[in-house]
Write a protein that binds this ligand. Sequence first.
Ligand code: PDD
Length: 287
Amino acid sequence: MPRIVYVNGRYRPYAEAAVHVEDRGFQFADAVYEVVEVRDGSVIDETRHLDRLERSLGELRIASPMSRAALRHVIRQVAQRNLVRHGTVYLQISRGQAPRDFVIPSPPLRPTIVCLAQRGSLQRLDAAAERGIAVRSSPDIRWGRCDIKTVMLLPACLAKSDAQAHGAKEAWLVDRDGFVTEGAASNAWIVTAKGEVVTRPISPAILAGVTRKTTLDAVGREGLKLVERAFTIAEAKMALEAFITSASNTVMPVVEIDGVQVGDGQPGPLSRRLRSIFHQIAERATI
Ligand code: PDD
């Protein structure tokens, strides 16, 4: 079955889907995006993803090109047309196309919208969660507004590629003061010896993960002690447990940091528990 991609109002075959060479997303990373999980034919936490998309657009003064209802419709259509019951939907909105100029055009351009779906394997993801993943630390060389979900992802690509070249699945980015900001494409968490669940508070230094927020709901529901503060790689290596959260992984246990085993080297009980109840708490909207 051919893959179908939504581009500016049309559903096109994958090979024919294209945007202009002078799209500002291509030339300046002047674009924002969302990755939404699809599971058992439902879109997960769609409201929170669309809330964040609106916020990202607002921060960059890009007018939302479509109503929320229309965006929801496109997400469903793209999942359906690609027969994705498990996987992700990627939605990107750029400022639009104009002759190359650093200055943001006025009057506003017509934004470019692209939406595509990717099938995923629940079995493969669950098998990875059973084993847990390794992470590798990397200096955080990104810009000062990581709270905006832009496509300016080169530092994350470099860090994650370096991690993978060293046998790790994800990079943990470390700020100039030695504290972990977040993963290259996920939020970072530890569980301390006191049983406290620790993650960095929301600030311009990190993306306010939708999965982070729903995991916070899960932490609350389980009556666990939450502390929102920064932690170092050294502290994380000594932690009882560690994990990452993202739409494509939900809660994924971390069992190794820079070659050092976390806890007993197995996914910890709190990480497992949070993973197992995640989808009872997350919003589900049938496609
Ligand atoms: N990445 N931090 C960063 C830098 C991210 O890129 C992501 C998501 C997250 C987690 O956010 P959420 O829980 O809303 O997925 C945190 C997505 C999955 C990606 O770029 O593929």
